[in-house]
Design a protein around this ligand. Structure first.
Ligand SMILES: C[S@@+](CC[C@H](N)C(=O)[O-])C[C@H]1O[C@@H](n2cnc3c(N)ncnc32)[C@H](O)[C@@H]1O
Length: 409
C-alpha cells in the first residue's frame, strides 16, 4: 500500500518556489577560511578570488584546488558563476585604527569597489545575499562615514543591510571582534528603533547602534540573530598550545627570556612567577608593545590569545610564555597554533614556504566557527525566508522586535 503521508509531503515540497541553492562566491578568499566555515554548514563554493599567490598556495593545501591569483579589478562579471551568496572580507589596513586612516577609498581597502563593480555589472544575476567582514575600525574610519558609505553603496545595488559584531572568543580561545554586514536583496526598511536597542551590546556595540540610528537615507534590514555563545576565558593551554620538546630550537635562549621578563609590568611578572610555582605547565600569550616608558611585554591574565594579526615587519606578532614546575620558557606562536586559534582542524595541512607566510595569512583570516555559526543562525533562516518568497510582515507589537520585515513581493 502506498504511504499517503509521504506523497503529501512530496507534493508540498515540489509545489514551493524554486530552491535557492546553497552556493557562494568567495571574494578576497585569502586562504579560504570563509569557505571552510561555509562548507561545514553545507554551502558549496563556485568561484574564489584573491590576488595573492602566497595565499593561493595555502588555499590549495587545504582544498586541493586553487584560484587563479588576480586583482579583483581585472575580473569580468561574465566569468563569475551565479550563486546565492557572495562573501567579501575586503582588506582592513586602511580602516584599522593602526592604519594611516585612508579609509574605504585607500590603496588597500579601496579594493571593496572592485567587488561593488562586479555586483553592479552582474545586475539581476548578482547574488541575493552578500556577507561583508571587517575590523571594528570600520565604524570609526573617517568618523563613521566609510561604514555608512559601504552600506549606502550596497543599497544602490538593491541590498538592504543588517550589521552585527561577533567575537571569535565565543568559539575559540582568541579575542577577535569582527563586524559582519549582511546585504539582502528584497528586504524591507526598518521603521523604528526597538530592534537596535533590543540587541545585546555584544552583537551591537554602542558605536554601531549609534551609526545605524543616526544614518540618513540608508535602508537597513533586520534579521533574526540569536545571542552568540558566551565568551571563553580559557582553552589556550589545553586545546591550542603545542607541546614542543625541551630541546626544540623554537624555545628562546635564556638571555632572551630574561630580557622579556624584564620588559613585563610588575603585575604581569608576578602572575608569571606564580604560574611557574605550580606543578603543571600553563601557557599565556603576550605582545610586545611600545609605550611611553619603552618597550613592554604585556601578558594576558586569562588563558586565551589576543587578536591574531598580520605580522608586518615583526610587529603584531604574538608570543607565548610557558610557566610551571619552576621553569619559565618563551617562544613565538607556531603556525599550527595560529590555525587552531582560527578554528582550522589539525587535519588541514599547512602548506607554506615560510612560517612568516602562514602567520601573516592566518592573522588576516576569518575564524572558521564564526562563519559556520553565521551560516547556521543567520544565513539558513534567511535563505528559508527568501525561498518561501518575500512576504510582508506587518509590524506587530506582540512579535519579537527582531522579527524580519519584508517588502511585499
Ligand atoms: C582580510 S584578507 C581576507 C582573508 C580571507 N577571508 C581568509 O580567510 O583568508 C584580505 C585579502 O584581500 C586580498 N586582496 C587585497 N587586495 C586585493 C585585490 N585588489 N584583488 C584581489 N585580492 C585582494 C589580500 O591578498 C587578502 O588575502
Amino acid at each position: 500500500m502506498k504511504d499517503k503521508s509521504s506523497e503529501m509531503s512530496l507534493r508540498t515540497l515540489s509545489s514551493g518556489p524554486t530552491d535557492l541553492p546553497r552556493t557562494f562566491v568567495e571574494y578576497f578568499a585569502g586562504i579560504g577560511l570563509f569557505r571552510m566555515g561555509l562548507e561545514a554548514a553545507g554551502w558549496q563554493v563556485v568561484f574564489a578570488n584573491d590576488w595573492s599567490a602566497e595565499r593561493e598556495q595555502m588555499y590549495k593545501g587545504f582544498f586541493d584546488e586553487s584560484y587563479k591569483a588576480r586583482d579583483i579589478f581585472s575580473l569580468a562579471a561574465e566569468e563569475i558563476p551565479q550563486a546565492t551568496l557572495a562573501t567579501c572580507s575586503f582588506p582592513c589596513i586602511d580602516l584599522s585604527l593602526a592604519g594611516k586612516g585612508e579609509g574605504i577609498n585607500g590603496k588597500h581597502s579601496g579594493a571593496f569597489w572592485g567587488f561593488y563593480e562586479i555586483l553592479e555589472k552582474q545586475g539581476e544575476k548578482a547574488p541575493q545575499i552578500v556577507l561583508l567582514e571587517n575590523v571594528t575600525g570600520w565604524l570609526y574610519s573617517n568618523g563613521g562615514q566609510d561604514f555608512c558609505a559601504t552600506a549606502k553603496s550596497l543599497n544602490e545595488l538593491g541590498y538592504a543591510c543588517d550589521v552585527f559584531m561577533l567575537n571569535a572568543r565565543s568559539f575559540v580561545p582568541q579575542s577577535r571582534p569582527r563586524l559582519f554586514m549582511v546585504g539582502v536583496k528584497s528586504a524591507g526598511v526598518v521603521d523604528d528603533s526597538p530592534y537596535f536597542t533590543s540587541r545585546s551590546k555584544r552583537l551591537m556595540p554602542t558605536r554601531l547602534k549609534m551609526l545605524m540610528l543616526e544614518s540618513e537615507n540608508i535602508q537597513w534590514a533586520r534579521l533574526d540573530i540569536p545571542e552568540p555563545p558566551p565568551y571563553k576565558n580559557e582553552g589556550f593551554t589545553d586545546s591550542v598550545a603545542e607541546r614542543l620538546t625541551q630541546d626544540d630550537p623554537r624555545w628562546w635562549p635564556e638571555p632572551k627570556v630574561e630580557k622579556h621578563l624584564a620588559m613585563m609590568p610588575s603585575a604581569h611578572l608576578e602572575m608569571v612567577k606564580l604560574l611557574a610555582c605550580r606543578n603543571e605547565e600553563n601557557f599565556r600569550t603576550f605582545f610586545r608593545r611600545r609605550r611611553a616608558a619603552g618597550q613592554r611585554a604585556e601578558v594576558r591574565s586569562d588563558d586565551i590569545a589576543g587578536c591574531l594579526r598580520t605580522a608586518v615587519g615583526g610587529s603584531g606578532k604574538q608570543f607565548l610564555v610557558a610557566a610551571g614546575n619552576g621553569k619559565i620558557r618563551m617562544r613565538t606562536l607556531t603556525a599550527r597554533e595560529y590555525a587552531r586559534l582560527q578554528g582550522v582542524p589539525d587535519s588541514f595541512p599547512i602548506v607554506a614556504k615560510t612560517e612568516r607566510q602562514s602567520l601573516s595569512a592566518f592573522g588576516d583570516a576569518v575564524c572558521v566557527p564564526v562563519v559556520t555559526w553565521i551560516a547556521t543562525n543567520v544565513l539558513q533562516p534567511l535563505t528559508e525566508r527568501l525561498q518561501a518568497g518575500s512576504e510582508f510582515v506587518p509590524r506587530d507589537e506582540q512579535a519579537p522586535p527582531w522579527q524580519v520585515i519584508w517588502k511585499s513581493a
